[in-house]
Design a protein around this ligand. Structure first.
Ligand code: ZN
Length: 130
């Protein structure tokens, strides 16, 4: 499981509006993404990226496979969320992921049907970006 500080760093990377520099949550040094290669998974319509983030000054690092999915919450329970979105070819698709999202947020997204971007890390939805 990822720690909150790691999730925060990942969130910053995918948040396009974010103007902050990537800063190490441990020592305040600058972070570097050292690798970004696509990973194709069977049964998944989205492309994952192997992402390694390292601090230039201390031993802090994160190694994950991550992606973002733009879509709406179709259904959810305590462990899993079903996201309705589009595949790279433009057809409708529904994918189920484990999640660590707030129940209230999920209820709201489900009732409004709002399209949002989900950050998925190691096959788990960790945060809604916007
Ligand atoms: Zn550091």
């Amino acid at each position: 499981m990822l720690e909150q500080k790691e999730i925060d760093v990942l969130k910053d990377i995918w948040n396009r509006d974010n103007k902050r520099f990537m800063v190490c949550p441990v020592c305040g040094g600058s972070l570097t993404i050292v690798q970004l290669s696509p990973v194709y998974k069977s049964g998944r319509t989205t492309v994952y990226y192997k992402t390694v983030i390292e601090c230039d000054s201390c031993s802090f690092n994160i190694k994950v496979e991550s992606c973002t999915v733009y879509g709406a919450v179709k259904s959810f329970n305590d462990d899993e969320v079903e996201i309705s979105s589009w595949s790279s070819t433009g057809s409708r698709t529904t994918q189920v992921y484990k999640h660590s999202l707030d129940r209230k947020l999920l209820e709201e997204l489900k009732s409004t049907g709002e399209l949002v971007e989900f950050l998925i890390v190691d096959d788990q939805v960790v945060v809604v970006i916007g």
